[in-house]
Structures are given as C-alpha cells and as structure tokens.
Design a protein around this ligand. Structure first.
Ligand code: ARG
Ligand code: ZN
Ligand code: CA
Length: 242
C-alpha cells in the first residue's frame, strides 16, 4: 500500500533531520585508519590464542562492514605475534606499551585472554594526549569471528570497542536523562540490553531502545548499526584528537 500524505511528510522530515545530523561527517570511507593487530598467545594453535591469518582477515572485514556508513575504513598494516604465557593470561599496560606502534591515528588492536570476564576494553580519543602508549583496543581472543565466545564470537566486540576508541559512549549512558550518550538520533535507554529483546522500551515516550546498535550490550547477531549521529560524533572526535 502507498504511504499516506502524513506518512510521506513524516518520512521527509526524518530524512531532512538525518541529513542535518550527518552534515558534518566526512564522506564514507574517506578516513583510512592503519591497524596494528597484536596477537598475544601462549603457544601454537587457536586454543592457545594464536589466531589464524584467516580469523584476523575476517575480523578486519567485520570491522569494515560495520563502519561502512561512517567516514572510517581500516587497513591491516601489520600483524605481530607474541608468545608469552604471562602476557597472554595477565594482559595489561606493560604489554600494550611494549607493542604499540604508529601515531595517534593508528589503531592498535590486542587479542589476549582478558581477565574478569571482559570481552574487550578501549581508550577514548581524549586519553591519547596524556597516555599515548596505552592508546588502543584490547579484545578477548575468543571474540573474533570463528572464536568460541558465543554469542559474542562474530567480531562485534571489536566493532563496539573501536566505537569507544572513536569517542562513542554506550547507548544506555546516562539512562533516560538527556544528554545520555550525547548523540541525538539514538533513543535513550535506562540500562544495558542483553540478548536481542525485540520491542524493549525502558524510557517510555522516548522511542524503543536501540537494541540493534553496536554501542548497546546485545548479542553480536543482534547488533548491526551505527546511526548518522554516531558517525558524525566519531568524525568530530577524530578531527579533534586523531
Ligand atoms: N562489555 C564490553 C564493553 O563495555 C563489550 C561489549 C561487547 N558486546 C558484544 N555484543 N560483542 O566495552
Ligand atoms: Zn562498551
Ligand atoms: Ca541518544
């Protein structure tokens, strides 16, 4: 059925708003980020953390697909492999400092056996100035595509952490209260969502929760989008800090 005039007017309004929100972002794919991929392991084989070249390539592809509607693309510049049981099981600042390469625009990705049930963590763009050697993203090695961390083994932990690395907050930041995540086109959310809870609505009257957004806490199979506002925020952060 054709949309009613009211629906057409609403669609047109939303389109105009999206154009305003995304007006400041550079063109899609115009900012090339060099990636230094550091594979920490405790021996040979994937079970010991020694990811295959295929897993690394698949992770890069997931990252590039996720950021396709943003200015950013990611190029694998170098892979390093470090075999060290302590660095793998007790990953921390010392390992990051020892391995980091490139300038402030370079993404250093580390995979290791992160402690405390962490899937990943990241530094924010504004952290670079005071702590350049700690800048980057750490991932639990089993979260990469083909890893064993189901339902978090499709590579979107990297997508999510790189979102932080480019200055995004969680969609549930600040709960239902403005400014929330400081992005105007992500509906506010009272708390983190888990699984893939269709129709979840924790801030009544403010739109359904952004469960499909990469910056929520849902399963990898559920999260599939950054908004134009998030792309614009990442671009502004990158222009300022990276
Ligand atoms: N809990 C982590 C963080 O706050 C990562 C969440 C990743 N979620 C996912 N579906 N892979 O940064
Ligand atoms: Zn996060
Ligand atoms: Ca928001």
């Amino acid at each position: 059925m054709n949309p009613s005039p009211e629906e057409m007017a609403d669609l047109e309004r939303r389109f105009q708003q999206e154009r305003v929100v995304s007006a400041s972002a550079r063109p899609n794919g115009s900012v090339d980020i060099p990636v230094y991929f550091h594979v920490i392991n405790k021996g040979t084989g994937v079970a010991n953390g020694d990811l295959t070249a295929r897993m690394i390539a698949d992770q890069m592809a997931v990252l590039n697909a996720a950021y396709a509607n943003t200015p950013f693309k990611f190029t694998l510049t170098k892979t390093t492999r470090t075999t060290d049981r302590i660095a793998f099981d007790d990953f921390g600042a010392a390992v990051k400092i020892a391995l980091r390469e490139g300038g402030k625009n370079a993404l250093n990705l580390y995979t290791a056996n992160l402690k405390n049930n962490l899937l990943g963590y990241a530094t924010f763009p504004a952290d670079y100035a005071s702590n350049p050697k700690l800048d980057g993203v750490a991932l639990l090695y089993t979260t990469v595509p083909g890893g064993t961390a189901a339902p978090f083994n499709q590579g979107d932990t990297a997508t999510h952490e790189v979102g932080h690395w480019l200055g995004l907050y969680h969609t549930f930041q600040g709960g239902c209260v403005s400014p929330g995540d400081a992005v105007s086109d992500t509906a506010p959310e009272a708390t983190a969502a888990a699984g893939c809870p269709l129709g979840r609505d924790t801030c009544p009257g403010q739109g359904v929760d952004p469960i499909y957004n990469f910056m929520d806490y849902t399963d990898d199979a559920c999260m599939n989008a950054f908004t134009p506002g998030q792309a614009a925020r990442m671009d502004a952060m990158a222009l300022t800090y990276r």
